[in-house]
Design a binder for this molecule. Structure first.
Ligand code: PLP
Length: 383
């Protein structure tokens, strides 16, 4: 049987291959977007897991939209408007897929930042969207380019990661947030705001969601993977009711509903008196790992590379002038460190500057120096 045309045009995932290699023994992984497993809030789960044995109703088939007490928590905690709804998904990745299936016809224009999250590129590629890229800088997307793009095309969705972007780590400025929201309203474009890293700021408070300035023109995708545990596979999509109702229809056909015991467990974690401390400790730990990696890069790679400091998230975007970063990633792997080359984050890799995405959340503090030494050696070997 022939595979569908939409799938034939999807390239094999380099990231999947490198992640498989990255888990080999002895390899230090700066490659994946993995949280630190030792930070998972296991102690906040124990009582809840124990109590579940007495709640068989949690293990029955249930409604597609999600576990009602968790939906109520989302409505209150995210201060959703009364005419807005949420849908609980198998990770925010499923939310992305449902949105593409519910709203994208082949050829519809979807604008993405360049570089952009690989998983979103894959979803919109499979949906046969016409993906248009807008370059980004330290403030967020290039606003002139974005407006030009909105003006010249019939854009349906602008997919963006404004908080500690994957792969660049950039957090959009307030001015950019306001302007993007204004442009989405003006050109009737739906902003798809994907915020899995939003909770991971090293200090201070989060900036307002871009969507808060264009509520009726936006869909927000949240994830519990990065600050609780990705294996629970839980995320939530929020938007106005008629859009969420369309997503519910697609989800019903896809998998009936998300795992109810996991949703109940998630709610117990979020409401546990120890949850706030968990978040404080997690932010502190990632800030330490980032500071260590950033200091080592400045000390050992200064002649070859440069990066912009980040204030949260999981990634450093390391620019390396005139370098074949695919070849560098392969050399680095043979020396026992995995990294992701910039090419995979662009629709058109040829025109793009050479860079690497380095993850700092996964590797224990004590191993970061060895990883940077190996990376330094593999860069020198290519000289
Ligand atoms: C920007 C972005 N969106 C969505 C996801 C998917 O997250 P999950 O499906 O685990 O919620 C990721 C995962 O790395 C991501 O980086």
């Amino acid at each position: 049987m022939q595979i569908a045309t939409s799938l034939q045009q999807i390239q094999p995932s380099y990231l999947r291959e490198i992640l498989a290699a990255a888990s080999s023994e002895g390899v230090i992984s700066f490659a994946g977007g993995l949280p630190d497993a030792s930070s998972f809030p296991m102690s906040l789960m124990q009582q809840s897991l124990h109590n579940m044995a007495d709640k068989p109703v949690l293990f029955q088939y249930a409604g597609t939209q999600g576990y009602p007490p968790l939906l109520s928590y989302c409505a209150a905690h995210y201060q959703l408007k009364s005419e807005h709804l949420s849908l609980i998904c198998n990770g925010s990745q499923q939310g992305l897929d449902l949105i593409a299936r519910a709203f994208i016809n082949p050829g519809d224009c979807v604008v993405m930042e360049a570089p952009s999250y690989l998983g979103a590129l894959q979803v919109f590629g499979l949906a046969q969207a016409n993906i248009l890229s807008v370059n980004s800088n330290q403030q967020g997307p290039d606003l002139n380019e974005l407006e030009q793009c909105f003006r010249d095309n019939q854009v349906k969705i602008f997919y963006a990661v404004p908080d500690f972007h994957n792969p660049t780590g950039v957090c959009w400025s307030l001015a950019t947030r306001l302007k993007v929201a204004q442009l989405c309203c003006e050109y009737n474009v739906t902003l798809l705001e994907d915020v899995p890293y939003r909770e991971l700021h090293f200090s201070g408070e989060s900036l307002p969601l871009v969507s808060s300035f264009c509520v009726e023109h936006s869909i927000v995708l949240r994830s519990f993977s990065k600050f609780i545990a990705p294996g629970m596979r839980l995320g939530v999509v929020s938007a106005k009711a008629n859009w969420i109702n369309a997503l519910i229809k697609v989800k019903q056909a896809a998998d009936l509903h998300t795992n109810i015991p996991m949703q109940a467990l998630l709610l117990d974690i979020l409401q546990h008196p120890g949850f706030a401390t968990h978040l404080v400790n997690l932010r502190k730990s990632y800030a330490q790992r980032y500071a260590k990696m950033a200091a080592l890069i400045s000390e050992k790679l200064d002649n070859f590379c440069q990066f912009e400091p980040v204030t949260g998230g999981m990634f450093i975007w390391l620019s390396i002038k005139d370098c074949n970063v695919m070849a560098l990633a392969e050399r680095a792997l043979t020396l026992g460190v995995s990294i992701v080359p910039s090419d995979v984050f662009y629709t058109d890799a040829k025109q793009q500057p050479s860079a690497l995405r380095l993850n700092f959340s996964h590797t224990p503090l004590g191993q970061i120096a060895t990883g940077i030494d190996r990376l330094s050696q593999s860069i020198k070997d290519g000289d």
